[in-house]
Design a protein around this ligand. Structure first.
Ligand SMILES: CC(C)(COP(=O)(O)OP(=O)(O)OC[C@H]1O[C@@H](n2cnc3c(N)ncnc32)[C@H](O)[C@@H]1OP(=O)(O)O)[C@@H](O)C(=O)NCCC(=O)NCCS
Length: 208
């Protein structure tokens, strides 16, 4: 399998990928998530897509979308050629697009909403956790993507707080660690520090 960041030259595959999106949405009965070949080509040209080939044939694709000033990232449009599913291609693409997202947008929260058990498994292994939709982007641009789903009415009835999809979120692990400094005075520590040789001892410094 060849797996790499897509480029503008891969636009020749955009039509086929959009056909796969239509076919898989029909098969899942979720309604068609509208993706035009021009949009897919644009993702390829901007270096926001991962494309895979098996034996030189197109095998799958996934791309990055950003919301809320790039503070939220979604790995969207994961699709694998129907003839070669369940052989690890989807997992490999998702891992690659996840790595690309972490590299390009290291501070962003990465999230997704899905009804796919395969995607839930892969996301869980990548470190995503299930969350309510309140933890996800509130960007209209993201939620309008649900309009073509047959469950859109359910989403709106629930004021966009829940639907049939599971929300999943990965929060960057390299967040600043908040160190709690104990309040020594409140604990009855002596008012003046006892003199000792290690003037730069950080614990002693923070107590004074
Ligand atoms: C979802 C999809 C991308 C998965 O691709 P894939 O190459 O078949 O996935 P993998 O072979 O890497 O499988 C990953 C895991 O999901 C599991 N899995 C795959 N298909 C599954 C299915 N239909 N039901 C349940 N589990 C499934 C695999 O067993 C594997 O789990 P494991 O490693 O614990 O055994 C592919 O089925 C597809 O293109 N579907 C249509 C588009 C789609 O639904 N996209 C997701 C939109 S959110």
């Amino acid at each position: 399998m060849e797996i790499r960041v897509a480029t503008a030259e891969d636009a020749i595959y955009a039509d086929a990928l959009c056909q796969w999106y239509i076919a898989s949405a029909k098969q899942r009965g979720t309604g068609i998530a509208k993706r035009e070949p021009a949009y897919v080509s644009q993702k390829m040209a901007s270096g926001d897509g991962i494309i895979a080939f098996v034996d030189g044939e197109l095998a799958g694709f996934c791309y990055i979308e950003t919301f809320d000033d790039k503070s939220f990232v979604v790995n969207s449009g994961l699709v694998v050629n129907v003839d070669i599913r369940k052989h690890g291609v989807g997992r490999a693409i998702k891992q690659a697009v996840f790595n690309l997202s972490r590299t390009k947008y290291p501070q962003a929260k990465i999230f997704g909403i899905t009804t796919s058990l395969a995607v839930m498994k892969i996301n869980t292994d990548l470190g995503y956790e299930p969350v309510t939709f309140s933890e996800l982007t509130q960007s209209e641009d993201f939620w309008k993507g649900c309009k073509s789903c047959k469950n859109y009415g359910i989403l709106m009835e629930n004021e966009r707080k829940m639907c049939l999809c599971t929300g999943m979120l990965f929060e960057a692990a390299d967040k600043l660690v908040q160190v709690q400094v104990p309040d020594f005075a409140a604990l009855g520590a002596p008012a003046a520090p006892v003199a000792h040789d290690h003037a730069s001892d950080p614990e002693t410094d923070s107590a004074s």
